[in-house]
Design a protein around this ligand. Structure first.
Ligand code: MN3
Length: 205
């Protein structure tokens, strides 16, 4: 039983004009698919690992056999992070967090605007490829942070709620080098109801 590419929950052009269809076509159809293919190819060498969830695999990399550990870290991270990315965007997204998530954001960062600044600082401060995240710590509190490459929050005991992909493949076709403009536009498609569901129910399992 190998890992699979979940269908996109919307059409490739549904997040226009903020995320363009051509970028989505390559990002989902090629980049995400390749992470998945490489993850499955690595796990074929130790097929007993297919019974674990992707979060579980990434949460304890030392338990992964050494011959595939780096492949699982990189491609498993890439597979998992894009699952989260697509699932936390929507053509009806944007606006601000509500409910329990809004309460937690206000408590941690002071305001939603201050939280946005923290994410943008993390995204723009990451040299090279990676992600900027809002994650939940084991004690349920929130953290904004950045990870390089496809290093996963779950490998540090953090549960990612929402993240912005700051690999150039996520924005270069439309925004070229303008990462800040891309991040500004990404806010318009964040599905805060989906993020709140992850906050309330999400855990590594
Ligand atoms: Mn990507």
């Amino acid at each position: 039983m190998s890992f699979e590419l979940a269908p996109l929950p919307y059409a490739l052009d549904a997040l226009e004009p903020y995320l363009d269809a051509r970028t989505m076509e390559f990002h989902y159809g090629k980049h995400h698919q390749t992470y998945l293919n490489n993850l499955n190819a690595a796990l074929e060498k130790h097929p007993e690992l297919f019974k674990l969830s992707i979060e579980k695999l990434l949460s304890d990399l030392n338990a992964i056999p050494e011959d595939i550990r780096m492949a699982v870290k990189n491609n498993g991270g890439g597979y998992f992070h894009h699952n989260v990315y697509w699932a936390t965007m929507s053509p009806k997204g944007g606006g601000e967090a509500k409910g329990k998530l809004a309460d937690a954001i206000n408590k941690t960062f002071g305001s939603f605007a201050a939280f946005k600044q923290e994410i943008e600082k993390a995204a723009l401060g990451r040299f090279g490829s990676g992600w900027a995240w809002l994650s939940k710590k084991a004690d349920g509190s929130l953290l904004v942070h950045s990870t390089p490459n496809q290093d996963s929050p779950v490998s540090d005991g953090l549960y990612p709620l929402v993240g912005v992909d700051i690999w150039e493949h996520a924005y270069y076709l439309k925004y070229q080098n303008r990462r800040a403009e891309f991040v500004q536009n990404w806010w318009n498609v964040v599905d805060w109801a989906a993020v709140e569901d992850r906050f309330v129910e999400g855990q590594i399992k």
